[in-house]
Ligand binder design. Sequence first.
Ligand code: 5GP
Ligand code: MG
Length: 176
Amino acid sequence: MSPRNSLESIISTDKIEQRVAELAREVERDYSGRELVVVSVLGGSVIFLADLVRKINLPMRIDTVSVSSYTGKAVAPRGLKVLKTFSEDVRGKHVLLIDDIIDTGGTLAAVMEEVRAMEPVSLKTCVFLSKKKERNIDVVPDYVGFEVEDLFVVGYGLDYDGMYRNLPYVAVLHVT
Ligand code: 5GP
Ligand code: MG
């Protein structure tokens, strides 16, 4: 990290663990008796995905998609590009889409459109973090880990220029 960048922890490892367990219970309850296809948006959601799915006691397949939105720096997105599409056939399946954070909603909306085109029986979304802000895009995630202020956050999978994904907590990154 640049010596002048600083991290301000906002969600502790304990709180994350507790909340992820709660989310897993909610998903189990809502999908009771069903089989799931969990689709994770790479790479920010991998840590969340790994922790969450191991707490969900339901039959499931796991797939990943890759979407490039941010350029890697704390700047506005420069358009969306789907880099890897589904390998699982989700037609007739219950799909739970997982992402690290919803900001403008552009990423989730784009991936949801792709999933819907494959005619799943149901589609729900689960994000680890949701930024408190007005969204022009009308996407409301079905499951939200935590709401956070509209600041740039890192850790627990979220990166800044590829770094900080391995932090076991969530922090606001102050870039100076
Ligand atoms: P959206 O398409 O909703 O604007 O942005 C979603 C994607 O942008 C997330 O999957 C994540 O990769 C990235 N993103 C949005 N806000 C943040 C943030 O505060 N920190 C980091 N590290 N990534 C973010
Ligand atoms: Mg992402």
